[in-house]
Design a protein around this ligand. Structure first.
Ligand code: FAD
Length: 81
């Protein structure tokens, strides 16, 4: 599995859902997708990479991906700030 925060998020959602089921005496059956989705950010550009069971995409370096990652980071982290 990818050693990636996206994977950690998917696993955490399944773990919490299973914990809630267990606490309610329901079978814990939640699983998670195994996938790699990221923007490799080089500060002045970035590459989009997606590897899932359905696709394998690597898009060429493009400055817009740097700004897309900055926007994602801002949106993702604001719930914790
Ligand atoms: C330099 C770097 C860049 C990365 N960039 C990206 C990226 O761009 N995109 C991406 O998706 N992923 C990235 N990753 C990977 C991502 O950071 C990890 O996959 C993700 O943080 C894993 O989350 P986690 O909650 O499983 O573990 P962690 O985030 O490592 O959290 C584990 C926590 O447990 C605490 N802990 C450990 N032992 C104990 C203990 N005995 N008692 C109490 N607390 C303990 C630690 O202090 C830590 O806070 C990067 C990783 C590194 C190192």
């Amino acid at each position: 599995m990818p050693k990636q925060a996206h994977m950690a998020d998917l696993q955490a959602e399944a773990a919490v859902a299973n914990l809630m089921d267990a606490l309610d005496n329901r079978p814990a059956t939640h699983t998670f997708k195994v996938e790699l989705i990221c923007i490799v950010d080089t500060c002045n550009s970035g590459m989009f990479v997606s590897r899932t069971h359905k696709n394998n995409i690597v898009l060429p370096s493009f400055v817009g991906f740097h700004w897309a990652k900055r926007a994602f980071e801002w949106n993702y982290l604001r719930q914790y700030r």
